[in-house]
Design a protein around this ligand. Sequence first.
Ligand code: FES
Length: 336
Amino acid sequence: MSSTLRETLKIEVYFDFICPWCLIGKRQLDQTLALLRAERPELQVELCWRGVQLLPYLPAGGEDFEAFYLRRLGGEQALRARQAQVRQAAASVGVILDFTRIPRMPNTADAHRLWQRASQLGSHAQQDAQLDALLESLFACHFQQGGDLGNAQTLLDLAAEAGFATEALVSSLQGDGSPFLGTAEGAASQGVPSFVLGGRVLSGAQPVERLLASLRQAIVTERQPAQMRIIVPASRVPAPGKRALIEEGGKSLVLFNVGGAFHAIDDSCPHQGASLCGGKLEGEVIQCCAHGLRFNLNTGYLLGSTQLKVGRYPVELAGEQLHIVIPQEDVVPCMR
Ligand code: FES
């Protein structure tokens, strides 16, 4: 087993599909990144869009769009004024919005679950184009095509059009309107869109000039530390439903394959340190053998709590190789 060091600038964006400011923010970020790449072609940018469900209480079938906003904003005048403001901001970045073409305010829980699963299926380097196409099509479905992001078939069709194998995504859909938990911490609590650049949070859609200045600053003064990548040999990659103990450079990790999606966690229960490698796996939940605590492999959190969390690490597919990405703060000194 071997490991390599690679520098990247990581950008996280917290968003919801039904937020027009998130769509506007995406356009602004796209334009900013194009400028940045022209400036610094050597820079590796890792872009992660993290879903936040703004309206988890909506019924699974959603609500009438106009009625939702009339109730929320208190009347026709306020609604039209808000829509005019959003339309103007959208037009400034080349997005034409026609709110009369949006029939439903959907429950986006399953859209977020599908997006999260799609984002886990491969490395961002491999799937940047596919993921961007999927994100664009999910936004377009709601804002421009009159589609319903609460409809499972719609979601799967959009994923297929973006080049994803729907067999790997279908089990992420629940169809019951149960809330998407996602990442309910940190920048997500500051609203959407929120951009996390080099450890700083920028809340709200940002003009290109400001975003570019923040990115330059993040590169110069808050450059993301180097990551360690543990390259998993093909012979150690677990089959679906299986797991493998990966010991490398002082870290002891368990790599799970849940229906084709990989999860890597510390082989140490945050309760009292028991090994999790032999735990009972049910879907994306691992149960510690010692005292029975159960942890969500997607978030690392103890089920039903955010008080206890097992260390978890992104798993990326780079070419034919599976990489477990260890952030610098988690790299033990002997590996430097
Ligand atoms: S050590 Fe895992 S539940 Fe106690």
